[in-house]
Design a binder for this molecule. Structure first.
Ligand SMILES: Cc1cc2nc3c(=O)[nH]c(=O)nc-3n(C[C@H](O)[C@H](O)[C@H](O)COP(=O)(O)OP(=O)(O)OC[C@H]3O[C@@H](n4cnc5c(N)ncnc54)[C@H](O)[C@@H]3O)c2cc1C
Length: 332
């Protein structure tokens, strides 16, 4: 156990730059590493990614481990899992962090199994127990109704971290760090899948994950046309539209905008929950919003237990006047 040292972030890139989830993890990882008085490192896998290594240093990494391999150009379970396992076994970090996104959710559990360690998924807070130096990993449980703090006794201690749970440091290009290249062996016969085409989903407007304002609707919106009213408010506030499960399943909105346990987890500044009852499975995706505003005709709806502001009534009557007020306010 003594050989395990430092905090390591699994790095992701997008369009030749570090992804925001990685810069955030580096910010949070830096705090943990400083508390342990150990190093912060970042793993970068891919094809032609070494240019991004300096960026990881500018965002707080002391060392960046770069694995360049044409087989790692796109994320694939069968190539990334053995490659990451080989590198992690070599560098033996005490703490290993991933984003709670498609890659983190796929790779981290497989890697934890290979490394014979535990994993806490969807963490919203990480801290170091000063006595034991073990990582305290806090995550929502029971559909978001409670928080559990988990401590893993085996090393490395692995966690996937929810978007925006950590904040990136200011980029500092004067920071100094080391870049270490590493090569891995990937057996092409063990790669069972092949990417034959890539289709980007056309989602006009702001991405839900990046939106500071989200206007979400539930079953009570009643139709596709109803959601157009929500879009009107979202546009005015430069936000995005979200939904509970039923509007997505009914085809009123694309499934990509479902928020909740089986949908997206969002952390906007302002979240409108319109005609949404507040089921725990939905709240699991939006409870970290800074301010929640609810409109519901049922005064006993659970959403009012978590909302910071609420209006009881028919959304079809409340929303138009609210939109009008926002317009007036913006025109001033
Ligand atoms: C395993 C599992 C996973 C799930 N994952 C998700 C998930 O990821 N996301 C998710 O959202 N759900 C999920 N669900 C479904 C979840 O349990 C709830 O059924 C769902 O969130 C309820 O959606 P709702 O609030 O739109 O509908 P309802 O619970 O039916 O509530 C509709 C609300 O609208 C109000 N209303 C109706 N008409 C009006 C009006 N004119 N004006 C004002 N208010 C009005 C009603 O008072 C009511 O409170 C999951 C369920 C399971 C079992």
């Amino acid at each position: 156990m003594d050989t395990y040292r430092g905090v390591t972030v699994f790095g992701e890139t997008s369009e030749g730059k570090l992804s925001s989830i990685t810069t955030d993890l580096l910010g949070g990882g830096r705090t943990l590493a400083d508390r342990l008085r150990e190093e912060l490192s970042c793993l970068l896998f891919g094809h032609e990614v070494s240019g991004v290594a300096e960026e990881a240093i500018a965002y707080g990494a002391d060392t960046v481990y770069v694995v360049e391999d044409a087989q790692l150009k796109d994320y694939q379970t069968d190539t990334y899992t053995p490659a990451a396992a080989e590198l992690v076994q070599e560098i033996q970090p005490r703490i290993l962090l991933f984003g709670q996104n498609d890659i983190g959710r796929d790779l981290a559990p497989r890697l934890a199994f290979r490394l014979g360690t535990g994993l806490s998924t969807d963490c919203i807070e990480l801290d170091i127990d000063t006595e034991t130096t073990l990582l305290q990993q806090t995550r929502p449980v029971c559909g978001g109704n409670a928080l559990a703090t988990v401590v893993c006794q085996t090393l490395p201690q692995m966690a996937t971290v929810r978007r925006k749970a950590m904040s990136s440091l200011e980029r500092d290009d004067t920071r100094k760090g080391k870049v270490v290249t590493f090569s891995v062996t990937i057996d092409p016969d063990k790669v069972r899948t092949r990417i034959i085409n890539r289709v980007t989903e056309e989602a006009p407007g702001i991405r839900l994950e990046d939106a500071a304002v989200i206007v979400s609707g539930g079953r009570g919106i009643g139709s596709r046309e109803g959601f157009q009213r929500l879009e009107e408010l979202a546009k005015l506030l430069k936000g995005a539209v979200g939904a509970t499960r039923l509007p997505c399943e009914s085809g009123w909105v694309p499934t990509a905008v479902q928020i909740g346990l089986t949908g997206k987890v969002v952390t906007p500044e302002l979240y409108f929950a319109i005609a949404i009852s507040g089921a725990s499975q939905h709240l699991a995706g939006c409870l970290s919003a800074k301010t929640i505003v609810a409109i519901n005709r049922d005064p006993d709806a659970n959403i009012f237990n978590v909302a910071h502001f609420g209006a009881v009534g028919d959304w079809q009557q409340i929303l138009p006047s609210f939109i009008e007020k926002v317009r007036e306010f913006k025109d001033k």
